[in-house]
Design a protein around this ligand. Structure first.
Ligand SMILES: Nc1ncnc2c1ncn2[C@@H]1O[C@H](COP(=O)(O)OP(=O)(O)OP(=O)(O)O)[C@@H](O)[C@H]1O
Ligand SMILES: [Mg+2]
Ligand SMILES: [Zn+2]
Length: 279
């Protein structure tokens, strides 16, 4: 029997805004959601641990403010985790905590091993560069030098995400929301990263555009066998895409398992409420 290969192991990622106080350090029960009323510290996420396997889509669902973006941004080094470890099988044999390496090493990991599609396209795209330059720039960061190759690969990626030829020299500031997200996906895929993070990739798009972006993600995952972490507050999105799911509430994972199982037999009261609201 072939055992699934782990591409990422995450251990106890915690991010707090504020120093904490003796009261909240000793007793998390006193927190109001993620907030300490004594010292105003916000525990944005706490002890987030999970494994990500080759070729799987892991969903992360939870209400607004539950800490989803925070832990993904810690993993992508956009925020510094207060605590935690992350091991990438494609980086030093999975033996080095990637959260502790130098900025130069982090840059390397971002250019070759992980891709990110941000909730806010302004974080993922240079709005005053053409669409094709956005993709080309990422390829160059990943070491491509041959102009002909860069053009060809960029155009192939833009084909994959269905951005028409005649729009490729336009700036993403002139694109619709769905096009911006598709361009972010093309950019994130440019150096064939084994891992892709997608944060609320369809939030704010109208339903037909949402469906179109979700289909695209499914197709990419099937064709390229990338491992993905998909964050959404919409359980419908998670249901459509994710093999396994983590449910977050107030900064913590409160339930995890196969998506089908969670949908059929949710254990935690919050998850039950989520599942019922989907029916
Ligand atoms: N820079 C910051 N300073 C203080 N608190 C912050 C900061 N960034 C995030 N937070 C807090 O951390 C918590 C988690 O926020 P986060 O953005 O991770 O939630 P989310 O689950 O992604 O929500 P959404 O579904 O709305 O995107 C929230 O309470 C938020 O107010
Ligand atoms: Mg978020
Ligand atoms: Zn406190």
């Amino acid at each position: 029997m072939e055992i699934d290969k782990k591409v990422l192991q995450v251990l106890n990622i915690t991010k707090k805004f504020g120093d904490g106080c003796p009261v909240c350090r000793e007793n998390k029960e006193i927190l109001i959601k993620n907030y300490c009323p004594h010292c105003q510290t916000i525990y944005a996420c706490r002890n987030i641990s999970f494994d990500l396997y080759e070729g799987e889509i892991l969903g992360v669902v939870g209400e607004s403010g539950s800490g989803k973006s925070t832990f993904v941004q810690c993993l992508y080094f956009d925020q510094k985790a207060t605590n935690g470890e992350a091991y990438l099988s494609n980086y030093k044999g999975g033996r080095t905590n990637a959260l502790e390496v130098s900025n130069q090493e982090k840059r390397y990991i971002k250019d070759y091993i992980m891709g990110m599609v941000y909730q806010n396209p302004f974080l993922g795209l240079k709005m005053n560069f053409s669409a094709i330059s956005n993709v080309a720039e990422k390829l160059i960061a990943g070491g491509s030098r041959n102009v002909g190759n860069i053009k060809e690969i960029s155009n192939n990626l833009l084909d994959i995400v269905n951005i028409e030829n005649f729009r490729r020299n336009d700036n993403p500031s002139d694109f619709s929301g769905g096009m911006q997200q598709r361009l972010q996906i093309a950019k994130a895929l440019s150096n064939n990263p084994p891992i892709l993070f997608l944060d609320e990739v369809t939030t704010g798009l109208d339903l037909s555009v949402q469906a179109n972006v979700l289909d695209l993600i499914k197709k990419i995952q099937r064709d390229l066998k990338i491992s993905m972490v998909i964050v959404s507050h919409d359980l419908g999105v998670i249901k459509m895409l994710a093999d396994r799911t983590l449910v977050m509430l107030n900064g913590e994972i409160i339930e995890s398992g196969l998506t089908d199982q969670i949908l059929e037999d949710p254990q935690h009261a919050y998850t039950q409420q989520l599942v019922h609201s989907l029916l």
